[in-house]
Design a binder for this molecule. Structure first.
Ligand SMILES: CC(C)(COP(=O)(O)OP(=O)(O)OC[C@H]1O[C@@H](n2cnc3c(N)ncnc32)[C@H](O)[C@@H]1OP(=O)(O)O)[C@@H](O)C(=O)NCCC(=O)NCCS
Length: 182
């Protein structure tokens, strides 16, 4: 497990899948994700099997917060497409339980994963893509240290029109210099 102040990150278990399916069928949750069609349990099980065949460092992690004597899952995040020669990875995150949006959990989870990326995996650059329609995510990424580096114009077609996709990234040197201020 990777522990933060208010959250922890753990591996995905088979038992998590029904909750993922419920979250990923919620139009509000997927409004700014790549998903756009109903997701079945069978498809999710297939995703899980494929996920276990991915390199360990690219497997998603579950975001949990303390609840009672145990822990409650609120979302997940991952590093994807790790390029070990250039030491670059892409990051993705969603908090599926909407009751926990806007409480700083996303920012904390991002910072934990960035520490892991830079201080354990020795990556040099982490980037992400976010739709222009998602100011909450952009703000969370900015708070975690990401800066805007470009824009894929009309990169996403959704709800009958094209939208720009913003690219943001953080470098290891930026992470290291910000670390002291935390
Ligand atoms: C994006 C996401 C991970 C952010 O996590 P979170 O825990 O909700 O975010 P945080 O609370 O850490 O930070 C959100 C910030 O955005 C701000 N915000 C919220 N709505 C906003 C809006 N419409 N415009 C501008 N800022 C907004 C919040 O006030 C907060 O900033 P502050 O701390 O300066 O007040 C989460 O909301 C989520 O999973 N959403 C659905 C899936 C998704 O969009 N994933 C990202 C795909 S790129």
């Amino acid at each position: 497990m990777i522990y933060g102040k208010r959250i922890r990150l753990r591996g995905v278990e088979n038992e998590d899948l029904p909750q993922f399916v419920a979250w990923l069928n919620d139009p509000e949750v997927i409004a700014n994700l790549e998903m756009y069609r109903p997701l079945s349990m069978a498809e999710e099980r297939q995703w899980y099997e494929g996920m276990l065949k991915r390199p360990p460092d690219e497997r998603p992690m579950v975001i949990e917060i303390p609840e009672g004597d145990g822990w409650k899952m609120i979302g997940n995040l991952s590093l994807m497409n790790i390029d070990w020669r250039n030491r670059v990875a892409e990051l993705g995150i969603f908090i599926g339980d909407k009751a926990y949006w806007n409480q700083g959990y996303g920012t904390e989870a991002l910072k934990l994963l960035l520490r892991h990326a830079f201080e354990m995996l020795n990556l040099n650059r982490v980037f992400l893509r976010v739709y222009e329609t998602n100011p909450r995510a952009m703000r969370a990424y900015q708070k975690a240290g990401f800066v805007v580096e470009g824009r894929d114009r009309q990169g996403e077609f959704r709800n009958g029109r094209y939208w720009d996709v913003i690219r943001m990234s953080i470098l290891r040197e930026e992470w290291m210099s910000a670390e002291g201020q935390d």
